[in-house]
Design a protein around this ligand. Sequence first.
Ligand SMILES: [Zn+2]
Ligand SMILES: [Zn+2]
Length: 349
Amino acid sequence: MMKANVFRAPGHFGLEEKTIPKAGPGEAVIRVRLTTICGTDVQIVNGEYPFQAGVTLGHEAVGTIHELGVGVTGYEIGQRILVGAITPCGQCEFCLGGHTSQCGGGPLGGWRLGNTLDGTQAEYVLIPHAQANLAIVPNALSDEQVLLLGHIASTGFAAAERAGIQLGDTVAVFAQGPVGLCATLGARLLGAAELIAIDEDPARLALARQFGATATVLAGQDPVGKIQEITNHRGVDVAIEALGFQETFESALRVLRPGGTLSSVGVYCGHLKVPLDAFGAGQRDQTIVTTLCPGGKERMTRLMRLMGAHRIDLSRLITHLFALDEIAEAYELFESHRNGVLKVGIRVS
Ligand SMILES: [Zn+2]
Ligand SMILES: [Zn+2]
């Protein structure tokens, strides 16, 4: 038997005993070493995202291979592995078309762990399509260094990549939570010159500077006007929306120059309206791109290469560590935004 953090009903979740999963053909079982909590997990336990009772939460993990199913080759028991939030099959129309995140074509694509399948906030987790999703962690990298590469960092970087940022671009990133901070870092890596970070929290803006922002703007202090001032009323080449609110989407559109790209990575609720003045009545040659977390082992291997080459440092993002037994406290702190919390690490083994 093993311990797992199971969703029961909105407001009700916690550790329960479950049977250790068995690997079927093409699957693997991972013994979890380190996992974390995503903002989506908090939405699930608060009843804001429909979720099946009895399913284990969590969709990010570093662990070791406990069991390999028939047909999974090139791995050994005990190898340290990073598992991403999205576990694409590598075989379907969407995967083979280059959109692995959208595997299967459903509303949230290839997001299975801690969604349609038992997740990573447990001592063991079953990984589907293991051949496409087990990324071997180099010995030189710690669990803490790679944990966020499977989801949060990958998502933030992808928002910058999909915007097609070019050397010398002016970029604004709306919201500096963990994903927004990684979008800022991604924009710096891709060669943004002026890089403007917007958030309501001065501490997060200070961190944004360390992640590459060259200017910061408080969300409450007319960010659109401030950014127009900073850019001499030209607007930005790329605006990244990393919150999922009407207000930030609209601000991102309002600061975008004609022909610019709005890269939207926030998760929206309800309706999203496009203000026609900012949209130039649809005549401004602008591009809007959206991004779901990239999936698959190739993506994670690339990001671990970046980490191994010391091109990125995410150590400031995991601000607190908990044991699996303390998972309720970890959720409480993560949701509260107290004590400068950004991401929590859950040490399982
Ligand atoms: Zn997530
Ligand atoms: Zn697929």
